[in-house]
Design a protein around this ligand. Structure first.
Ligand code: GRF
Length: 195
């Protein structure tokens, strides 16, 4: 069962997938790491783990449809069964989703549908929530609007900053992401098992 991970930043969630495969918790093959940023730390993590990578930059003012097609080609190269967006800070469009829609999951650091978008943790904290959390969902054409697969709650502490809360959320996020990928791989393997 082959997965391709999309990441734009530090890639700590990507690292948790690498570690889970290495210690046998997750029986999948991380076939590739694709990013839109050549300076993403996720690239170093992939290199250390011997995972092939592709960089598909989105230049300012570039044609987004063309970028989506380039991203699609880069992901297709790795022949994934599942695309895992883990801290990928771009919205994928129709050209990408017509190929990978229904086979792509995303992870988000809030209890969707609350606080969608790129500043979920900051927004939740500013709103004064007492409980936040993480969500794993199927990517659709909207922003953080796809069908929810799993969620887990995280209590907000009075002295929390956006960073401290986000780190605590990431701890839970890693767990439900690994569980979800493992379950989807299991389901796929059952389907493929000869009857
Ligand atoms: C995660 O909380 C993810 O949900 C959000 O950004 C964070 C990525 O963290 N989109 P990292 O880059 O994996 O450390």
């Amino acid at each position: 069962y082959r997965i391709v991970v999309l990441a734009s930043g530090t890639g700590s969630l990507f690292q948790s997938l690498i570690d889970a495969v290495a210690d046998g918790t997750l029986e999948v093959q991380i076939a590739g790491l694709v990013t839109d940023r050549g300076e993403a730390q996720a690239l170093q993590r992939a290199a250390t783990a011997g995972i092939p990578t592709a960089v598909v930059p989105l230049a300012k003012g570039a044609d987004r449809d063309e970028w989506n097609r380039a991203l699609c080609r880069a992901v297709e190269e790795f022949a994934p069964d599942l695309v895992v967006s883990a801290g990928f800070m771009r919205i994928v469009g129709p050209a990408f989703l017509q190929r990978f829609g229904g086979a792509m999951i995303n992870t988000h650091p809030s209890l969707l549908p609350s606080f969608p978008g790129a500043h979920a943790v900051r927004d939740a904290l500013a709103h004064g929530v007492r409980v936040s959390g993480a969500t794993i969902f199927w990517v659709d054409e909207g922003v953080d609007t796809g069908r929810i697969i799993d969620q887990a709650a995280v209590p907000v502490q009075t002295d929390d900053t956006a960073d401290s809360l986000h780190e605590r959320i990431k701890t839970i996020e890693r767990q439900i992401l690994i569980d979800t990928v493992g379950r989807l791989a299991e389901e796929e393997n059952h389907e493929q098992r000869p009857v």
